[in-house]
Design a protein around this ligand. Structure first.
Ligand code: HEC
Length: 167
């Protein structure tokens, strides 16, 4: 009798358990990419900005291999100051960004801008080794942020699962 009750209980409870697990997974996903919670306007702005940054980064290679330091300086300067967190957002958009995106995002963004400023400076000083160094640091910074906040866009950057409890 006891066994039957246990089994019955198990059958009743099992769906609840797996549901709770799903809900938990969902919560983690949402938390990992807060950008998906941004309003469409702001999210478009972020997306446009990302594409512009990528174009800028790609233009640096031909400039670099031909010694066009001046162009690198200009491009790095644009990247440094163009990104949405530095652009003139409306006050409510700024509030939205800061309330939705976690501090870690803001920190990564600031680090990225610092590096763009350093690249600008290295180009101004006409120092190819330093230009290369900061260019590479910026690339690291792209995936450093994407791996945390943009895996919905770049699933290959998802950290390998080590969670023994997930089946
Ligand atoms: C501080 C965080 C952060 C940094 C740094 C960052 N990105 Fe992104 N990027 C994002 C997020 C978040 C998305 C996803 C946006 C979305 O889904 O709406 C994204 C999306 C993109 C996209 C896809 C845009 C689209 O909508 O098609 C490109 C391209 C991109 N990033 C390029 C870059 C490059 C190149 C760098 C470095 C030079 C970089 N990003 C640095 C956060 C970042």
């Amino acid at each position: 009798m006891k066994i039957i009750i246990s089994i019955a209980l198990l059958v009743i409870l099992l769906p609840t358990i797996s549901y709770a697990e799903d809900a938990h997974k969902h919560e983690r996903h949402v938390k990992a990419s807060g950008v998906e919670a941004l309003s469409p306007n702001l999210r478009n702005l972020l997306s446009e900005e990302m594409k512009a940054i990528q174009e800028g980064m790609m233009s640096i290679i031909p400039a670099y291999i031909s010694g066009n330091w001046r162009e690198i300086e200009t491009t790095a300067g644009k990247i440094k100051s163009s990104y949405i967190l530095k652009q003139s957002l409306t006050e409510s958009q700024r509030k939205e960004l800061h309330s939705i995106l976690p501090a870690e995002f803001i920190e990564k963004d600031q680090r990225f801008h610092y590096l763009a400023g350093m690249l600008e400076h290295a180009a101004l000083s006409k120092k190819p080794e330093l230009i290369n160094f900061y260019f590479s640091e910026m690339n690291k910074s792209c995936i450093g942020c994407h791996a945390v906040f943009a895996t919905h866009k770049f699933p290959a950057l998802k950290p390998a699962k080590k969670d023994a409890h997930s089946h």
